[in-house]
Design a protein. Structure first.
Lengths: 469, 73
C-alpha cells in the first residue's frame, strides 16, 4: 500500500472507513524500509511508538472522537525539535543530549494533541545551517528526483520524506530559507508562517529573531490545516504572539478580487535555468486565469534586507555556539564552522544597523502591500545542484540562486508551491508572500493554483519505481 | 606596533578573540567571506531611511518569563 497523494486525501479516506491510521502508518514504515537508506530521510525512527499512536487514533475515531485534519496522519518532525520519545541531535555531535530529554517542544505537544502520528525525527543540516559533511556520522539526505542531487536544506528529511511518499506532511524550520529551499528542490509545498505565529520553544535556535517553525506537505491546503494545529501563543515563548488564525475560507478555486504583484526586478537577470522564466510566466498567467489581477511590483531595499538577514543570523548563531565552537571546533560540520564562525567578523554596530535596516525594509514592503494582496516570485533561479557541486561551492554560491532570505528579514509569511520542471525533470517552485499574519490568503491562492495544476502531485522516479515494482 | 612588524591579520584577530581555532585554510575562507560581505554591510549604513530608524527587536520591560524547560505540561 502507498500513502494517498495528500494529507487531505488520507484524512478523507480515513473517515470514509477506506483505510485506518494503522494502515497509513504501516505504509509509511514500509516506505521508509524501502527508501530511507537511499534517501536519508530519518535520523531516528519511532516505528513502534507510531503504530501505538495510530492504533489509539483509530480507537478514538471509532469511539466518535475526531481531533481534526491531523488525526491519525503519519508525519515527520525535523530533528531540531525536542520529542520525549527519542534524542534530539540537531544532526550534530555537539548538542548536549540532556537538552530536551524527556520533553516535547510546544509544537510537538500540539501535534500530539491533534492526534498526529509522528513516525520519526527527520534529517537536517547541522543545527539547521550549512551543508552536509560526509566526515560526520549522519545520514546524507538525497533528492528523490535525482539521487545525486542535494535536497536543499535544512528541513531536508521532511521535504524528501513528503516528496517520496514516506509521510503525508511534516515539520520544518526556516531561518534563512530552510522550509522553502528543500520544499522547492524536492517538489513539495512549504509554508513559512509569520514570525511569532508559531511558538519556537523546544526547538534548537539558529537565530532567535528569525526562526520560524512551519509545515511541509504536498498541498497548500494541507499546510493550512497543519498550521492551524501548531499556531498560537504560549507563555513559554516570549516571541509568540496572540493573533487569530482565520479558518480556511474561500477555497473554491477562484482568485477573483485578489491582487497579485509579480516581482521580477530582484529575481531575474542573474544566472537562471532556461526553464525558470517561462515556467514562472506560466504560473503568473495561471493566477490571472483564476481571477486574480496581476501587476508588476518592485520590492524596495531587497539586497540590503538580505544582507541584514545574514548579519543577524550569523551574529545570533555565534552567540549560541561560541562556547562550543571555541572548545570543539573540529566536531562541527565544516560548513557550520565557516557560516557560524563568520559571525565573529561582524561588529555589534553592524548587528544593530541590520536591525534598523530590517525596520526600513518592513516599512517599504508595507507600502507595496497597500497596492497588492500577495507578491509572486520564483523560489529559486535554479533547481537543486548536484552533491558534487555542493561540495565545491562556498556559502555564497549555495545561497545565490535562492530568493528566500529577504522574507526572513522582514517577518512576513510565504508559501512555496511546485510550478513545473526543468528540462532535466527537476522541480521548480513558485513563492507567494503575504502581509504579516496573512497566511489564509496564501493558502487560498496556493489551493486555487493546485486545483488548476498537478505539479504538486507528481511522483519522483525513485517512488514510482518502488510502487510499480 | 614596532616599525617593520608584520601587519596583524584582522580576521585572525577577530577569530582569536572568540577563541575559534580555525585552520589556515579556514581563516583564508573566512577572509574571503568577510571580503564578500563587507561592502554589503557597509551599505547598510548608507540606507538614508535608516538614519533615524529604531532597530527591529524591541526590548520589553514586561516579557513573558516562563521557561520552556520548567513550564511544560
Amino acid at each position: 500500500m502507498s500513502l494517498p497523494p495528500t494529507m487531505g486525501d488520507a484524512a478523507a479516506a480515513l473517515r470514509r472507513g477506506e483505510t485506518s491510521s494503522v494502515a497509513l502508518t504501516e505504509a509509511s514504515i514500509a516506505g521508509a524500509d524501502a527508501l530511507d537508506e537511499r534517501l536519508g530521510v530519518y535520523v531516528t525512527r519511532f516505528d513502534d511508538h507510531a503504530l501505538e499512536r495510530a492504533d489509539a487514533a483509530d480507537r478514538e475515531l471509532a469511539a466518535g472522537t475526531d481531533r481534526g485534519p491531523l488525526h491519525g496522519m503519519p508525519i515527520g518532525v525535523k530533528d531540531i525539535l525536542a520529542m520525549r520519545e527519542g534524542p534530539t541531535t540537531a544532526q550534530s555531535l555537539i548538542l548536549d543530549d540532556a537538552w530536551g530529554r524527556d520533553r516535547d517542544a510546544i509544537v510537538v505537544e500540539r501535534l500530539k494533541a491533534a492526534g498526529a502520528v509522528i513516525t520519526g525525527k527527520t534529517t537536517t543540516m547541522e543545527f539547521a545551517v550549512g551543508a552536509p559533511d560526509p566526515d560526520k556520522p549522519f545520514p546524507l539526505p538525497r533528492n528523490p528526483w535525482d539521487l545525486e542531487r542535494y535536497t536543499g536544506g535544512s528541513s531536508s528529511g521532511t521535504a524528501n520524506g513528503v516528496a517520496a511518499g514516506l509521510m503525508v506532511a511534516g515539520v520544518g524550520t526556516d531561518t534563512g530559507g530552510s522550509i522553502r529551499c528543500p520544499a522547492a528542490f524536492c517538489g513539495v509545498t512549504g509554508l513559512m508562517p509569520t514570525y511569532g505565529r508559531v511558538p519556537n520553544a523546544g526547538c534548537v535556535p539558529l537565530g532567535w529573531s528569525l526562526d520560524r517553525i512551519g509545515p511541509l506537505a504536498r498541498s497548500a491546503r494541507d499546510c493550512g490545516d497543519f498550521l492551524a494545529a501548531i499556531a498560537g501563543p504560549d507563555p513559554r515563548d516570549p516571541y509568540a504572539v496572540e493573533r487569530p488564525l482565520p479558518a480556511a475560507a474561500g477555497l473554491d478555486g477562484s482568485l477573483a478580487g485578489l491582487r497579485v504583484g509579480v516581482e521580477r526586478a530582484n529575481h531575474f537577470g542573474g544566472e537562471e535555468d532556461p526553464a525558470t522564466a517561462p515556467v514562472f510566466d506560466a504560473a503568473a498567467a495561471e493566477l490571472e486565469a483564476l481571477g486574480a489581477s496581476v501587476v508588476e511590483v518592485v520590492i524596495p531595499h531587497y539586497a540590503e534586507a538580505c544582507t541584514a538577514l545574514w548579519v543577524t543570523m550569523v551574529a545570533e548563531a555565534l552567540a549560541y555556539h561560541r562556547g562550543d565552537l571555541a572548545g570543539r571546533w573540529d566536531d562541527y560540520f565544516a560548513s557550520t564552522r565557516l557560516t557560524v564562525g563568520s559571525g565573529a567578523l561582524v561588529s555589534a554596530a553592524d548587528y544593530v544597523q541590520a536591525q534598523r535596516v530590517r525596520r526600513v525594509a518592513q516599512r517599504g514592503l508595507s507600502k507595496v502591500f497597500e497596492t497588492v494582496d500577495l507578491i509572486a516570485m520564483p523560489s529559486s533561479s535554479k533547481p537543486a545542484m548536484t552533491l558534487d557541486q555542493l561540495a565545491r561551492e562556498d556559502v555564497g554560491g549555495m545561497v545565490a540562486p535562492l530568493h528566500l532570505m529577504y522574507w526572513n528579514a522582514v517577518g512576513n509569511p510565504t508559501l512555496v508551491v511546485p510550478m513545473g520542471f526543468t528540462a532535466d525533470q527537476l522541480p521548480l517552485s513558485l513563492q507567494l508572500a503575504a502581509p504579516p499574519f496573512g497566511e489564509a490568503a496564501l493558502v487560498r491562492a496556493g489551493d486555487a493554483y493546485q486545483r488548476a495544476t498537478d505539479w504538486h502531485l507528481r511522483v519522483p522516479p525513485v517512488s514510482a519505481a518502488r510502487l510499480s515494482g | 606596533m614596532p616599525a617593520g612588524a608584520p601587519t596583524p591579520d584582522p580576521v585572525a584577530m577577530l577569530l582569536a578573540a572568540c577563541g575559534l581555532a580555525a585552520s589556515a585554510d579556514e581563516r583564508r575562507a573566512l577572509a574571503e567571506i568577510e571580503a564578500t560581505l563587507r561592502p554589503g554591510i557597509e551599505a547598510l549604513y548608507e540606507v538614508p531611511e535608516a538614519r533615524y530608524e529604531v532597530p527591529a527587536p524591541v526590548f520589553r520591560a514586561d516579557p513573558e518569563l516562563t521557561p520552556w524547560d520548567e513550564g511544560g505540561r
